[in-house]
Write a protein that binds this ligand. Structure first.
Ligand SMILES: *Cc1c(COP(=O)(O)O)cnc(C)c1O
Length: 327
């Protein structure tokens, strides 16, 4: 929902560009180096979307007939149109995530297949942090990573919102991404770039990911214009994520005052809140708010997301409009 800022548009307009399909775009290269360095990985690849980033990562880790274990509600299983099985003949093995967003490692262990020609070959564990705005702690990440390694599995982290996670964890990106062999990070969510994600990993994975990116049509030409927005976002929009998290808590508390709405405060950990009500109220409220330029994701569980275009006075305005609605 974010709009590129004035500053972001300026650096986009002024970006030095080349042909990135020939790895000849200095601004894309700069973004990739910057992302790799921040994630503590040897290399990185700029891709048009988080979905493509996860897809090329899965395709790089797993061959045809190999399997990835993943949370059922995780993006890499539920929200990517079945890309990995359709395009890669990779077998997903989903399991239900726990309420805190983690995967129970005993449940993971139970679905790891032994080496037997009846079974798909288990190859990869896919994690997600944050998941539905919930922060997965570092000690879990370490445990999951060590567990995966002890089983000979690789780990891919869908870190679309990894910067939201580290904002709450109070650590560097590296401290989180050390527990994954590859990590995908969205520049286009709360960071506010118009498009783009970066996949960070070792050189071998990125070499394969570059080939898959080309194959699925994600090789872009003078994409330095877009990468410039990503660099700007990493330089200017990371520190301010804490404001979004604070805004989410303020709004969640206000919304709790309305008897028809329910918000589980324990789950308000980053920039999202999930607000429950009955479907009829949700639909009417969504329509009402839309008339006032407030866009929320409708449903019995509505999703309200804070980002760089939502100020603290906007939060007050939203609360006031909700009050008007119920009045
Ligand atoms: C948004 C998101 C993605 C996908 O990003 P797109 O750029 O929308 O394709 C992947 N994983 C998670 C957890 C996300 O929130």
């Amino acid at each position: 929902m974010t709009q590129p800022t004035e500053g972001m548009r300026k650096v986009m307009a002024a970006a030095a560009v080349g042909d990135d399909v020939f790895q000849d775009d200095p601004t894309v290269r700069k973004l990739e180096d910057m992302a790799a360095e921040m994630a503590g990985k040897a290399d990185a690849l700029f891709v048009p979307s988080g979905t493509m980033s996860n897809l090329v990562a899965l395709l790089s880790h797993c061959q045809r007939g190999e399997e990835y274990i993943v949370g059922q509600g995780y993006h890499t299983y539920w929200y990517e149109a079945g890309g990995a099985p359709v395009l890669g003949s990779i077998v997903p093995q989903p399991i239900m995530a726990e309420l805190d967003g983690t995967l129970d490692l005993a449940k993971v262990e139970a679905v790891i297949k032994k080496d037997d020609y009846h079974f798909a070959r288990t190859k990869l564990l896919c994690l997600e942090n944050t998941h539905n705005g919930k922060v997965i702690p570092l000690d879990y990440m370490q445990k999951a990573y060590d567990f995966a390694k002890s089983k000979g599995l690789s780990v891919h982290l869908d870190g679309a919102r990894a910067f939201n996670a580290i904002t709450e964890l109070g650590c560097d990106l590296k401290d989180l991404t050390q527990y994954a062999d590859s990590v995908s990070i969205c520049l286009s969510k709360g960071l506010g770039a118009p498009v783009g994600s970066v996949l960070c990993a070792d050189k071998e994975i990125i070499k394969w990911a570059r080939r898959w990116r080309k194959m699925v049509g994600g090789g872009m030409r003078q994409s330095g214009v877009l990468a410039a927005a990503g660099i700007y976002a990493l330089e200017n929009h990371v520190d301010r994520l804490a404001f979004d998290h604070a805004n989410a808590k303020v709004l969640a508390k206000r919304l709790q005052e309305f008897p028809k709405l329910s918000v589980n405060m324990d789950l308000v950990q980053t920039n999202m809140l999930f607000v429950k009500t009955d479907l009829e109220t949700a639909e009417k409220l969504t329509d009402f708010l839309k008339q006032h330029d407030i866009i929320i994701l409708p449903g019995e569980t509505m999703r309200w997301v804070m980002h760089l275009d939502v100020s603290s006075s906007d939060v007050k305005f939203v609360a006031q409009k909700v009050q008007e609605f119920f009045a």
